[in-house]
Design a protein around this ligand. Structure first.
Ligand code: CO
Length: 115
């Protein structure tokens, strides 16, 4: 398993174009949309558009990298730390992290789980 880090200039998204490979030991069962044909094909062709449909609008100057999972290689996104969390403990930060943030279809926000 490989963990890829989101930064202010680069956002990572995980997909499995072939089937539905997923880091299930860490994240549990994949959401239904992860296994859907539209997500699997469009995440590669139009990642910015797909993220927009998830409610995630990224600036044009933010690079989007799409990681295609296989049975040998699974990816997990390390979300970007949101502003205003400087004084928070590791446990408090962990509570902000959502499943979707670790797939890359959401960011971590101070308001917690947004979906
Ligand atoms: Co697969």
């Amino acid at each position: 398993m490989v963990v890829i880090e989101n930064t202010p200039s680069c956002h990572n998204v995980v997909v499995c174009t072939l089937c539905s490979c997923y880091p299930w030991p860490v994240l549990g069962l994949p959401p239904v949309w992860y296994k859907s044909a539209p997500y699997r094909s469009r995440a590669v062709i139009d990642p910015r558009g797909v993220l927009r449909e998830f409610g995630l609008e990224l600036d044009e100057d933010v690079e989007i990298r799409v990681w295609d999972s296989t049975s040998e290689m699974r990816y997990l996104v390390l979300p970007e730390r949101p502003a205003g969390t400087e004084g928070m403990s590791e446990d408090e930060l962990a509570e902000l992290v959502t499943r979707d943030a670790m797939i890359g279809t959401a960011k971590v926000s101070l308001s917690g789980a947004s979906r």
